[in-house]
Structure formats: structure tokens, C-alpha cells
Design a protein around this ligand. Sequence first.
Ligand SMILES: NC(=O)c1ccc[n+]([C@@H]2O[C@H](COP(=O)([O-])OP(=O)(O)OC[C@H]3O[C@@H](n4cnc5c(N)ncnc54)[C@H](O)[C@@H]3O)[C@@H](O)[C@H]2O)c1
Length: 338
Amino acid sequence: MRLKGKVAIVTGAGQGIGRMDALALAREGAKVVVLDVTDKIYDVEKEIAASGGEALALKCDVSYEKSVKTAVKKTLDRYRRIDILINNAGVLGAKKSCVEIEEEMWRKTISVNLGGLFFCCKAVLPAMIKQKKGKIINMASIVGWTAGGYNVVDYAASKGGVIGVTRALAVEVGQYGIAVNAIAPGTIETPMTVGKESDMEKMAKDAEAHAAEDKKRREVVDLKNQADQLVYSTEKTLKEHGEKVAAEVRGNIESALNGLKEAAKGDDGEAIKRAMENLSQVSQELGKILYEEAAKKQAAAGGAKPGADNAAPSQEPAEGEVRRKGGDDVVDAEFEAK
Ligand SMILES: NC(=O)c1ccc[n+]([C@@H]2O[C@H](COP(=O)([O-])OP(=O)(O)OC[C@H]3O[C@@H](n4cnc5c(N)ncnc54)[C@H](O)[C@@H]3O)[C@@H](O)[C@H]2O)c1
């Protein structure tokens, strides 16, 4: 009985989380004032009384300040103090896309979830300040905290507002011994969320699709970079050593280069791969010549054959090697004899 003698108000206590809060507070010995717009509060009141607790059910629409003031006055008339306020009353909102939310629905979501919370805080604070003690717990949502789903612009705005009010009020009233906190849960199965599983499934599927698209995009970017390097090194080699092959071979390399440049302008990864393969094919003859030249040169200098397992690492690129743009010194794979 950790809350014996305490007085707690729970808004939206007719069902769902609010009802469970009210029952839990009563179990711990608090006198619980259950507020809601529905008659279900009378059942909650009876449930608490039946289990030996004390409750007071009051019809109250938190989005109207007058209604809240009346409920708080009745609470103080009965119990003379308020120790705990749980701002739980809430609506899920329009569940429509931003362009479809009607003005009336927008106003309702904001006025219940955010306005209601503000009116309740405002109404209980004078008593809590006088007591120099109090606890206010606000029901936010993960949706007010992160990008939490589809068709929740109004709900997200209201719950983001709840987090903002919580922070600002905590700073404002901490000096009076009043703690203000928020809870931001993910989905909890209550009458508010039942039947909304399809939304969660849709989110999961969309996230998967986005990840796959993103992966594909990154692969294309990688291929474009590879194509860019291949074009650079091939053009350089062709300029320096092109005369070592027949004009027809040079022509084939040039036309394959143009094909690769053209493919790399687009986003078709397969086309880029095909164009790179084509360039490799038509460049093989030139690559073989350069490789053999390099091998001869190294043999004359007493070194091993380029590419052999026991080849000594060479500090300087041998003739025929290609220096990649921005990269390490390498014998370009496309010019290595197979
Ligand atoms: N269920 C979840 O997954 C979930 C997740 C995060 C946050 N929340 C928040 O928790 C709180 C409770 O949610 P729940 O799932 O129990 O919802 P719920 O719909 O089951 O219960 C909400 C209660 O608030 C009452 N209410 C609505 N408008 C009111 C008003 N103007 N004045 C007084 N009472 C009013 C309703 O009548 C209802 O009894 C809400 O603020 C909700 O946004 C819920």
C-alpha cells in the first residue's frame, strides 16, 4: 500500500490504459478520481469499491476548461488534496493522410490530447503548489518522439506537444516539489489500437521495400564509381599505349568506352555491368601486350614474373601498370593477361 492516503486523478479512466492505471492506484491504497466522457467510469468506480478501494467517478470532457475545473473542484471538495494527476485521456486522431485531415478533426485531436492535458495541469497546480508536493504523469506516445507510423500527423503533433509541455512544466514547477514526467509507449493493445495491426504490418512491409530499394541504389552508385575508374584508366592506357594494337582493336576499345560512359549516365546496374564486361573483353589484347612487356622488363631486371606468387612487391608501377584515379597503384585487372 505505497499510496495510502494519496489522492489521484486519472483522466480517460473508463477503459484501456486509464482504467488499468486507476485499478493499480487503488490497489496501492490511493483514493482514485476517475474522469471520462463515457459512463464506463461508473463500472470502474464499482470495480474499485468491490475490491475494497475508494473511487469517485466524475463525467468530464478534458477538452473543455469549465468541465475540468468542475471536476477538480468536486475532487477538492471531497478529498481536500490532489497528489497525483495522470493525464491519460486521448484520442487516436483522424487516421488520415495530412491532406485528408479535416479542420474539425485536427482541432479535436489537439484539443483533447494537448488542450485537455493543459487544462488538467492548470486546474490541479494551485492545490499541488499549496501542498508543495505533487506528481503529474502525462501520456505521450512514441509517435510524438519518433516517426511512428502512417496517417498520424495530428496525433504526432498532439503527442509531440505533450512532450514539450512536460519538459517546460517540469522546469516551471519543480521548485514547488512537483514532478512532471511523460510516458511514451509504443503500441499497447487497448480499444484504441485493436484492429490497427494492419497498419503495423504495412509499416514493416514498407520499411523492407525501402531497405531493398536503398540497397539497389547503393549498388548502382558503386557500379558507377567502378565504371568511372575503368573509363579513366582505360583512356589513360589507350593514350599512352594504344599504338601497340591494331587500329581496329583501338576502335573497338573506343566504342566500348563510349558505351560504358553512356551506360554510367543511367541507373541501370545491369547495363553498366554489361558495358564494363564488354570493355574488358575488347581490351584484353592490349592488356596482354602490356603484361608481357612488363614481365620481360622485370625478368631483365632479375625480378619475378608480374603476378607470380613470389613476386617482390614493387614500389613503382612498372610500365603498363595503370595508376587508378585516387586509388592505390595497381595493375588494372582489365589489362592483366588471363
Ligand atoms: N494504446 C496504445 O498503444 C497507446 C500508445 C501510446 C500512447 N497511448 C496513449 O495512452 C492514452 C490511453 O490510450 P488507450 O489506448 O487506453 O485508449 P482508449 O481509447 O482505450 O482510452 C482512452 C480513454 O480516453 C477517453 N477520452 C477521450 N476523449 C476524452 C475527453 N475529451 N475527455 C475525457 N476522456 C476522454 C475515452 O473515452 C477513453 O475511455 C492515450 O492518451 C493514448 O494516446 C496509447
